[in-house]
Design a binder for this molecule. Sequence first.
Ligand code: AMP
Length: 419
Amino acid sequence: MNKAPRGTADILPLEQAYWRFIKEKAESLCQLYGYERIETPIFEEASLFIRSIGEGTDIVEKEMYVFKDRGGKLMALKPEGTAPVCRAYLEHGLFNLPKPIRLFYFSPIFRYERPQAGRYRQHYQFGFEALGDADPYLDAEVIELAWQFFLSLGLKGLRLELNSIGCKMCRPVYREKLKEYYSGYILKICPDCQRRFIQNPLRLLDCKKPSCIEIGENAPHSLDYLCPDCKRHFQNLIHYLEILGLPYNLNHRLVRGLDYYTRTVFEVQPPEGGAQSTLGGGGRYDDLIEELGGNPTPAVGFAAGIERIILNLKKNNIPVPPSPKPNFFISSIGDKAREEAIKLASLFRKEGLGVILAPAGKSLKAQLRQANSRGIPYTIILGEDEIKRNVIRLRNMKSGEEKEIPRHELLSYLKDLTR
Ligand code: AMP
């Protein structure tokens, strides 16, 4: 028997209440902030991600699902959501619309990682992007929207970590300072970090190994090496965050795993922290659209992992509204009554009333037991006698109370009941 591929999961009906709850909160918040939905394909030309995420990153080097299609083109399953949105922005001339363009998405994301709790090979992200404006207010807006999203789900005690990693002018200076510092520890850092030292020194700072964390604590801070423009941008952002009352923590070790970030980077962490705990993260990527062939276009965005949010909702016993179910179950006794029941169920559904029809050939007792175990509040009972007399019996499954209702009053009676 086949199983779901390692690191993937089936999202069964019982789980769907969480997904629905999160999506509804996300969508209604996006609407309040003027973000509009976009969907992009689940695969793209691999070069899109190699150019944007960066060649030396874990995602491109080790985690991307890459394949040649039958025409010989190198494709990749989406390992993140931002680059495809930027590609769509350029491809469809969205830059002609009033800026900033505000977009949001839900998307499956694929990364060949070592599966563990909170880390999968296919997971889902809710993300949003504001394209075409360098105003630090927009960074604050994106951070506020992310923060409000988590609050609206009922998550508490979260931390908002913030840093600025500068731009292409000042980051090289900082990178050199960082290398200078780490060259004194080259034999003490882990083998992965020894590789990062050569390929991607900023990533040295977010190694999760305890000995590397300790070394990272005393490393130079990017905030001390910002050029005047980046410094001003960061100060203005802090000002806006304070106006908005958002509780940020400066974290000089926060760099994020994708190369396209510039200036602002931020993450939202649950109270316990830990390696696989980040609920969501984002930042500015002012050079990405130009790198993909467009005009210089500053932009800022955020993405959160839905599975990790669900893990946290469960861990904190946060209740979510149950998925809506049909209010009515129709049971029948005898062949004639079953035909009537089939007709009645169809009519109800056309009238907007949810119905589940009892399976054929079961005793009334077994039918009622099924209605109960499905948690359906009302059962309609149809037997030969009811058909003859043009009535139905309506049973309240909680109280067990039964009532006879004439057929011609039935629809309006049931509609009143569920109003
Ligand atoms: P990133 O695109 O790496 O910034 O990830 C954004 C968010 O997606 C993270 O904060 C996590 O919540 C979630 N995430 C990233 N990778 C995974 C994964 N392999 N499995 C589950 N969730 C993930």
